[in-house]
Design a protein around this ligand. Sequence first.
Ligand SMILES: NC(=O)c1ccc[n+]([C@@H]2O[C@H](COP(=O)([O-])OP(=O)(O)OC[C@H]3O[C@@H](n4cnc5c(N)ncnc54)[C@H](O)[C@@H]3O)[C@@H](O)[C@H]2O)c1
Length: 377
Amino acid sequence: MIIGIPKEIKPAENRVGMTPSGVLELTKAGHTVYVQSGAGVGTDFFDEDYIGAGAQILPTIEDVYATAEMIIKVKEPIEPEYKLIKENQLLFTYFHFASCEALTNAMIEQKAICLSYETVETPDRRLPLLIPMSEVAGRMATQEGAKYLERTYRGRGILMGGVPGVPPARVLVIGGGVVGTQAAKIAAGMGADVTIMDLNLERLRYLDDTMPANVHTQVGNEMRIREAIQENDLIIGAVLIPGAKAPKLITRDMLPTMRQGTVLVDVAIDQGGCFETSKPTTHDDPTYIIDDVIHYTVANMPGAVPFTSTLALTNATLPYAMQLANKGWVKACNENSALKLGLNIVKGEVVYRGVSEAFDLPYVPVEAVLQKEAVEI
Ligand SMILES: NC(=O)c1ccc[n+]([C@@H]2O[C@H](COP(=O)([O-])OP(=O)(O)OC[C@H]3O[C@@H](n4cnc5c(N)ncnc54)[C@H](O)[C@@H]3O)[C@@H](O)[C@H]2O)c1
């Protein structure tokens, strides 16, 4: 298969769709990989690295889209890319269609095959291509939170691990899924006194068994949150209700009860945020202060660490990309139910119910489309 890796053009996006080591695996399997010149520079991968992995370099994004049968990237295409996408071209990337009608309509119009990272789902309901970014965001949440606790940033001026004779910082993590677990692990490693709150008692049992001794678990509810926010220095919001907006667990009226310089990191901001006062920020200007409480609410946290994020993403996407390249998308999706669930739009038809419902578009079951394609092949 002919595969194309374009440079991301969304503002402030430094990740790239595949590392040179991922490209090497694809070229070793007999595929032809074209990489846009400079596609990896934001991640510290250079054209020579890709050439060494067997890729060929194309000068422009137009060349990559015009040449490739399958495009592998990171972010959803943005407006200047729409017209570059060819009929029947397979696009393997994050799309988040339900949040962008213009993108949905454009992909329908271009008659591309859109396989979305975020809806690839294994039979045990895991989202293997979202997990790596949650892992990055979770670990980063603690790193960022620790920084903003410093007085320079108007934080409480407390060191995460304390020192002998002085107690450590107290960290509350609300939501004990992928993000929350990673955040708690890093906070515990820094020596903080950590509490993870979740509604799922089974999950808390698991965390209690596996986490270090300085991590405690608690079932979350409003009263416990009201108490806990008065005592904790860093509070990380990491809840998710699949398919829904995040619940507002810390409300505006609670802010004055918190200590001056408390830091809130709302990782769930991409789902609307789990603190009432959260509004999305960017890496250029990541924080704002309300009632002396620092809010860190960057919607695309992994974008700040493109090296780690690109490697983590390729680790997760490569096995699926390899199946798509080796078998073609129809056979690969027929044989792998996780990949099949990644199909959102196929040659002008919406095959993912969430997308059809979001914009009141006709829905065609994915099985019907795959059956039709298999007959045509
Ligand atoms: N800002 C970013 O850059 C970024 C990056 C990755 C993920 N995220 C977001 O982080 C959030 C968490 O993602 P995840 O992968 O950890 O999800 P997850 O499904 O693994 O975990 C979510 C956890 O929240 C718990 N939960 C739900 N409602 C709760 C409540 N009211 N109180 C306490 N716990 C509750 C669930 O039981 C679950 O354990 C999501 O909103 C995700 O979109 C943001």
